[in-house]
Write a protein that binds this ligand. Structure first.
Ligand SMILES: Cc1ncc(COP(=O)(O)O)c(C=O)c1O
Length: 410
């Protein structure tokens, strides 16, 4: 009989745009005993998680809870629940994940219009508003932090314009939640999806979402109670139901409400993990956490510049937590990544579509976003580049980053 070894994954320094290193407190929380899903102890944990999510999303929304599945499940749940077949949906695209929103909207049976921006930049609010005025969408779906290009899309003006035109605004904040400000209420975002495996430093496997009463009204119009749970006294919406059972937010919210109407079996250990990740985030404080992400980005940027490396994309729209570096001429980007991983235990990311082979993407997210990781990466990248015959001012990268830390009193 074949024998399998004990699991012993290597300890990595993960500097990608996710998944990133998980805080040891989160790993510990995942090893606690499983509780039954209607045990009052467990429903108490569910309620606390909702409370903390409201704070994270900066919202007074009643609904803020995780969908079980990777971040894409949260995006798909929001879209399939809020987009009825035939709805007009506008999707401004400035990278890979905008294309994902397009694809999902089409699968929802929407009439979709996309506007595209060259990768490496983001939209002026006026461009989105002009497209809204001509297409008159019922829904606009947009990415906040594009990990494929390392850009961040300002949302406040777009949010206001959607509200004035009575369109629902759906936002993919998978990469930004917990790392840079996401102001759900102040920016008038109707539905927002976050990610666990990035700035929250929780493993992949849940997608926190929040949505407001405007979004809920649309959901309730499509509400249907699962056949085997009906008692005859339910109020249903009257419109054709959401086309997914697993991802139907009108059913999920009944499960997360005091009704506790049964749906799926909640992912106990993942919820422990999310709760601990949220507790860590709120203990640190949102503003100090955003400042920490900014500091380590600045140290990284100073180090890369001192090494003579160039960044990709419009600096005005750079996303704090993802830094895209142009691979120098003549350097094999994949060979550099492999050597970083194999010899130094450090992972950075490659890229997608038109950027494949042109840039590396470095994440400074969550628990991975710390001084020793940034210094270690800069030192190792310098060594690996020299090993690959790329001439650079040796020693300068780490020194420049140390200058940033010392100037901050670190
Ligand atoms: C901006 C953005 N949206 C959506 C996703 C999809 O998330 P997941 O792979 O967890 O389903 C990602 C993943 O990297 C992302 O960066």
């Amino acid at each position: 009989m074949k024998r399998y070894e004990d699991l012993s994954p290597s300890l990595r320094c993960i500097m990608t745009p996710g998944p990133v290193e998980v805080d040891p407190r989160v790993l510990r929380a995942m090893s606690f005993p499983v509780l039954g899903q209607f045990d009052p102890e467990f429903t108490g944990i569910m309620n606390e998680t909702m409370e903390m999510l409201r704070e994270l999303f900066a919202t007074g929304n009643q609904w803020a809870y995780p969908v079980d599945g990777t971040s894409r499940s949260g995006i798909e749940a929001v879209m399939v629940s809020l987009i009825a077949p035939g709805d007009r949906v506008l999707i401004p695209i400035f990278g890979r994940f905008g294309h994902l929103l397009h694809e999902i909207a089409e699968r929802c049976g929407a009439e979709v219009q996309v506007i595209e921006k060259t990768w490496g930049s983001v939209f002026d609010a006026d461009e989105v508003i002009a497209a809204m005025d001509s297409f008159k969408p019922q829904v606009v779906a947009i990415v906040h932090g594009e990990t494929s290009t390392g850009r961040v899309q300002p949302l406040a003006e777009i949010g206001r314009a959607c509200r004035e035109r009575d369109a629902l605004l759906i936002v993919d904040a998978v990469a930004t939640i917990g790392g840079v400000p996401v102001e759900t209420d102040a920016w008038m975002l109707d539905a927002v999806i976050g990610g666990t495996q990035k700035c929250l430093s929780v493993p992949s496997g849940m997608a926190p979402v929040t949505y407001n009463a405007r979004a809920e009204a649309k959901l309730l119009a499509r509400k249907q109670v699962e056949r085997g749970l009906r008692t005859g006294s339910e109020r249903e919406g009257g419109l054709p139901p959401v086309r997914s059972n697993y991802l139907d937010l009108s059913m999920l919210q009944d499960y997360w409400s005091p009704l506790r109407l049964n749906h799926h079996t909640e992912m106990t250990s993942m919820l422990y993990a999310l709760r601990e990740g949220l507790r860590l985030t709120l203990e640190e404080g949102l503003a100090p956490r955003f400042a920490r992400h900014k500091l380590h980005e600045q140290a990284l940027l100073a180090g890369l510049a001192a090494m003579g490396l160039e960044l990709y994309g419009d600096p005005a729209s750079k996303l704090t937590v993802v830094t895209c570096v142009l691979i120098p001429e003549g350097v094999d980007g994949e060979a550099v990544r492999s050597m970083l991983l194999e010899r130094f235990g450090i992972e950075i990311a490659s890229s997608f579509g038109p950027l494949k082979g042109l840039i590396w993407r470095i994440g400074t997210m969550g628990f991975s976003c710390r001084e020793n990781n940034v210094l270690r990466l800069l030192g190792a990248l310098e060594a690996v580049l020299l090993r690959h015959g790329h001439i650079l001012p040796a020693g300068q990268g780490v020194q420049a980053a140390l200058d940033v830390y010392e100037a901050q009193g670190g």
